[in-house]
Ligand binder design. Structure first.
Ligand code: C2E
Ligand code: MG
Ligand code: MG
Ligand code: MG
Length: 292
């Protein structure tokens, strides 16, 4: 029996089997039914231009609403879905849903507003990935330039040649690519110069310490200026205070996303957020015009 469990058998007999291990196992077992019964939903977090405060798009973030375990964070289940390979099916659903949702949302935003979708390395490296992206765009009638695929820098280091080819194919389709969590991994901008990447997303850990730690501030400023040198745009993740936003604006960062402006929210809440945000902006413009 132990042999049949393969490389996981130690988990069944480990006397130190603790709560977190058993939760991992529970999640692992629940994933199949979760995918079959469509227990997942996408929330959207708006992203803002730092220069003019306009909404430039949103990031799709998956949520698992389990019937008995409640809301499960992607931090918990994405790595498990990657381990089991289920991220391929789940990821395809996420991509299609995000394109479909955004095709409906985008008429409320700037015409080149984008939806960003997180892509696991396992998805990107699959032979059918570029075709899946094409299908999602076709089905939803979303223009390719409105889709941004977010991936982490580790994938570039693991399979540089294959990834370089995939990124060129995606560029040919017209979709954009963002490097997520930038600064936490190998973080050499130099190998980006030959790759079809459009955006760099500076990891939240740098942003959090920005106004307290001069070393983090120096790294952030260096990332921004080097990225601009390479013709990449920069978005700061996890902006929580107006001091951080002001700092980033002075440092010429292009865009931001974070709890200061908005948390991830379901699509109906995002529609409401956009309406309120634009009404406020119109009111501010009017007030400014009157005082001039
Ligand atoms: P990520 O792609 O770096 O996403 C940003 C995470 O930071 C999100 O967490 C978001 O809710 C959170 N965040 C945004 N602004 C703030 C802020 O101001 N303060 C703080 N403390 N947090 C902020 P979330 O939704 O829990 O997602 C965590 C990670 O799970 C994502 O990190 C991504 O790596 C992964 N993930 C989420 N959705 C997907 C998906 O659809 N596919 C894949 N492959 N991975 C996903
Ligand atoms: Mg992301
Ligand atoms: Mg990130
Ligand atoms: Mg490009």
């Amino acid at each position: 029996e132990a042999k049949k469990q393969g490389r996981n058998n130690y988990q069944w007999f480990d006397p130190k089997l603790d709560e977190s291990t058993s939760r991992t196992l529970k999640i692992r077992h629940a994933l199949k039914a979760g995918i079959e019964h469509k227990q997942f939903e996408l929330h959207y977090q708006p992203q803002f231009d730092l220069a003019n405060n306009e909404i430039i798009g949103c990031e799709a973030l998956v949520r698992w609403n389990h019937p008995t375990m409640g809301m499960i964070s992607p931090v918990e289940f994405i790595s498990i879905a990657e381990d089991t390979g289920q991220i391929v099916t789940l990821g395809r659903w996420i991509l299609r849903r995000a394109c479909k949702d955004f095709a409906e949302l985008r008429n409320r935003m700037l015409s080149d507003a984008t939806v960003s979708v997180n892509i696991s390395a396992i998805q990107l490296l699959r032979q059918e990935f570029v075709g899946d992206v094409e299908t999602a765009l076709k089905e939803s009638k979303l223009p390719a330039r409105c889709l941004v695929l977010e991936m982490t820098e580790s994938v570039l280091v693991e399979s540089p040649q294959l990834v370089s080819r995939k990124l060129s194919e995606l560029e040919d389709l017209g979709v954009h690519v963002a490097l997520d969590d930038f600064g936490t991994g190998y973080s050499s901008l130099s190998y980006l110069k030959d790759l079809a990447v459009d955006w760099v997303k500076i990891d939240r850990s740098f942003i959090q310490e920005l106004t307290h730690d001069s070393q983090n501030a120096a790294i952030t400023e260096r990332i921004i200026s080097m990225a601009h040198h390479l013709k990449l745009q920069v978005l700061a993740e996890g902006v929580e205070t107006s001091a951080q936003r002001d700092y980033l604006r002075r440092a010429n960062c292009d865009a931001m996303q974070g709890f200061l402006m908005a948390k991830p929210m379901p699509k109906p809440a995002l529609i409401e957020f956009i309406n309120d945000y634009q009404a406020d902006a119109a009111f501010d413009d009017e007030r400014e015009a009157r005082t001039l």
